[in-house]
Design a protein around this ligand. Sequence first.
Ligand code: 2M8
Length: 447
Amino acid sequence: PADRRPVRYTHPTLAARAARVLRDNDTGVVITAAPRLYPHMWSWDAAFISIGLARLDVQRAIAELDTLFAAQWRNGMVPHIVFTDDDAYFPGPDRWGTHEALDGPRHVRTSGICQPPVHAIAVRRVLDIARRSGPNDRIDAERFARRIWAKLYAWHRWLVEYRTPGSSGLVAIVHGWESGMDNSPRWDVPYDAVHPGAALPPYVRKDVRVVGDPNERPTDREYDRYLWLIEEMRRAGYDQRKIVENSSFLVGDVFITALFAMSCDVLLELGQEFGQEPAQLADLADWAAKARTAVAASCHSVSGMARDRDLRTGRWLDTQTIAGFSPLLCGGAPDDVQLRLLSLLDSDRWCGHPDLLAPVPPSVSPMRPGFNTRQYWRGPQWPVLVWLFSWAFERRGWHERARRMRDGGIRLTDDGSFGEYFEPFTGEPLGSTDQSWTAAVVLDWLC
Ligand code: 2M8
């Protein structure tokens, strides 16, 4: 498809515009996830943002990750939102009520759940970029990597101790927001079992005021469930054991499990380089191996696609989404399964679909029932996911595939809008524009 969008920037101009987005979204303390829709720091956004920042200013990249980890809970959890003073986002800190939580930080207000563990990957990337950019940056980044290592280890340990219940070996989430893919059809079945009680305090959504077309956002019914789960956690005082035992939503997330395996590998390598405790290094090797085994064990016998598992009912969730390709990220699946997944990814059901503007995986296959071209995690393409695939493919030695993903990601974003997500056929930017993590991954691709 030649030009469905009027504007296409050259790479140097696109990079300059991306840099400006990060600068404009900088409050001086944090870089917000997006200017109006998300005026706070989000956990996995901050990781990607630091990668883009490293291309501009290594010190600023380090500061961003330091700010996030300064909000780490005493039990090791890295919270999904670190709040600024802005009150334009709902649910804000009062609704979360985490100041009553025993393990929460005292000096800063946060949400009470987590997000995908991509932070070790970010630290690795920042370090690699800094090493190429000059001796001072190298020294700063090495100091930083040494300093943050124990915090990353504590974060990973928290995921193992509190969030790997039962025997599936999958990392469990207690809220769809923890997956980062909030309203993905992956969660439709488990959300059906979430019944908001009459005690759900009333609320007013703010997101739909910012995003012009409410069809690009989750529905009110979905929001009731999101808020109800928060209510349950708040009542449990954010005690993780109680939450994992009782919450109405507990799902083994195969995509997070794959990211966790990769992050443990990376953290292990960093730990070896910086001479960390052998016992902790052994833990990381063990966690990575178990996570990989769990991802491989989830693969469907016919399609090969990896599956989430509803840990309340013990059922596999067969909905086919981009998360089904998790084994391609972390490896560990048998060769025949991997080959099936690669050919599925290339097929017209995914990246080879003839009508896509850019040949990168949509969040849901355009051939599946329920695929929605505009609605958030139910169909659109997400540049950050493209970055993850291109990074993982590079690491696996699939250089040509990595390059194709990256080129596709650049094609998707070369209108310079830095959309949060994109309509796969027209390339229309959806959700927020000037989204920080989109600008960040574009910078990393282009610099
Ligand atoms: C989206 O999630 C937030 C809730 O955490 C929201 O919709 O209000 C997701 O896309 C998530 O993955 C992302 O981290 C966040 C900020 O960009 O927005």
